[in-house]
Design a protein around this ligand. Structure first.
Ligand code: CAA
Length: 260
């Protein structure tokens, strides 16, 4: 599948990993409607592409993304915002079945922080800065910040981050539970790609059902969540990879995954 022809992102596939680079450096990768629609398009196509097992989204050294494009909404009315409904595109990101890793250098603010949180894991450079500064421009997070940040780091911290809009260092974000791992700035993309390749080497149906079950933890009671997990676990006994994985273990050899 070809991933050429986008204007605001660059996309490619290598060794089972789809790489999407946000590419509006002149505005610190501010997420305008066109960029978001290209991003959603590339993610959806990678989700269907058998050559892709895991996806990495990154920005540049200065910014992962400094938020939604303020220029695009500064003069918008409620009716404009409601009828454009740009933020509903984000629901599609949530429905991508393959794991997504955010590789974050520089600013991940507002919608940028929300995009990183919509991914499944975040690898951050030491110089990365996270935050939900919407309060300082007269609004609140609109692409999941109040929900995902609160689930990730708890009410007490999320409330402070969102009500002050302060920028948070990568190490603080890691301590709070937002970030998977902090690495030197120059190692961010390599670390994220290495993690993505490791995940890409695992049995794909098990990866998909594991992601699905972990995400369900946010939406359900513990009872329903446990039943959901059990269901996904049992489902894997309909796959060739379950037979292969368990037999390979007992025969003391390396499993050959078929994704079936
Ligand atoms: N939207 C549009 N343009 C943006 C932008 C954004 N979110 N963030 C940065 N830019 C533009 C700047 O306007 C500037 O453009 P010009 O060169 O044409 O003036 C360029 O990117 C570089 O930015 P700065 O000159 O401001 O760079 P800096 O190093 O001095 O500051 C910064 C960096 C602290 C990140 C600052 O740019 C900033 O505060 N940006 C806005 C952060 C923000 O408020 N994000 C939340 C947006 S609202 C949102 O995301 C809603 C939602 O939940 C969906």
């Amino acid at each position: 599948m070809s991933y050429q022809g986008y204007t605001h992102i660059l996309a490619s596939v290598d060794q089972g990993v789809g790489l999407i680079r946000l590419n509006r450096p002149q505005v610190l990768n501010a997420l305008n409607a066109e960029l978001m629609s290209e991003l959603v398009d590339a993610l959806s196509r990678m989700d269907e592409d058998d050559d892709v097992r895991c996806i990495v989204i990154t920005g540049n050294e200065r910014a992962f993304a400094a938020g939604a494009d303020i220029g695009e909404m500064a003069e918008a009315s409620l009716v404009d915002m409601y009828t454009r409904d740009n933020l509903s595109r984000w629901d599609r990101v949530r429905r991508i079945k393959k794991p997504i890793i955010a590789a974050v250098n520089g600013y991940a603010l507002g919608g940028g922080c929300e995009l990183a949180m919509a991914c499944d894991m975040i690898i951050a450079g030491e110089g990365a800065r996270f935050g939900q500064p919407e309060i300082n421009i007269g609004v609140i997070p609109g692409a999941g910040g109040t929900q995902r940040l609160t689930r990730a780091i708890g009410k007490a911290k999320a409330m402070e981050w969102i009500l002050t809009g302060r920028f948070v260092s990568a190490h603080e974000a890691e301590r709070a539970g937002l970030v998977t791992r902090v690495v030197p700035d120059e190692a961010v993309l390599d670390e994220a790609l290495a993690l993505a390749r490791e995940i890409a080497s695992k049995p794909p149906l098990a990866v998909r059902l594991a992601k699905d079950a972990v995400l369900a933890a946010f939406d359900t009671t513990i009872e329903t969540g446990l039943a959901y997990e059990r269901h996904n676990f049992y489902m894997l006994f309909a796959t060739e990879d379950q037979r292969e994985g368990m037999r390979a273990f007992l025969e003391k050899r390396r499993a050959q995954w078929r994704g079936r």
